[in-house]
Design a protein around this ligand. Structure first.
Ligand SMILES: [Zn+2]
Length: 175
């Protein structure tokens, strides 16, 4: 894995200082059902210079969940309640200074229409992640990207799923 730079970055993210961690935001890679996406793919999409990539300094997500339920850490973090500048990822404009972003591989059908394509193993892995980190961050709110942008991402109803897996109401973001 590439070494993370520990320097504060100037860029699109709001503010240049560390901020309290307030949200966990769930995303999909917006790729067709059953197609795997690698760490290298995400790094290229997000950080390659335009027009090949988005030209960002950092990827959009802290962790990604593969079809088999395994997890790749894209950006390291510690477990305190502060989003240090070196922990910041570019998942949702205006939210990055106070959020952690995670992503599952999939989210579209073969015609690139939004679809909840999570495998049972992805659901299980996401559930474990959400529960264990909510124990560490008992005050954060868990949301979908669609709460903060006019997008279908992550292609499932996050509030309903959180209820289903027994997440406390105070941790469920409702717009
Ligand atoms: Zn998203």
């Amino acid at each position: 894995m590439a070494k993370q730079k520990q320097e504060p970055k100037k860029g699109r993210a709001k503010g240049s200082k560390a901020h309290e961690l307030e949200y966990l935001i769930i995303h999909c890679t917006a790729t067709p059902e059953g197609r795997e996406v690698s760490e290298a793919d995400v790094r290229r999409w997000h950080t390659a210079p335009k027009p090949k990539g988005r030209g960002w300094k950092q990827v959009g997500y802290t962790a990604m969940f593969h079809l088999d339920g395994s997890m790749t850490t894209l950006v390291k973090h510690n477990d305190d309640n502060i989003v240090d500048t070196w922990e910041r990822t570019n998942g949702a404009l205006g939210m990055n200074h106070k959020s952690r972003h995670i992503v599952y591989v999939g989210g579209c059908d073969e015609n690139m229409k939004a679809k909840d394509t999570r495998t049972d193993k992805q659901k299980k892995a996401l559930e474990e992640y959400v529960k264990s980190y909510t124990n560490i961050h008992p005050n954060w709110k868990i949301a979908g990207h669609y709460h903060f942008a006019s997008k279908a991402c992550p292609s499932f109803n996050v509030e309903e799923w959180l209820e289903e897996i027994g997440i406390d109401e105070r941790n469920i973001y409702r717009k």
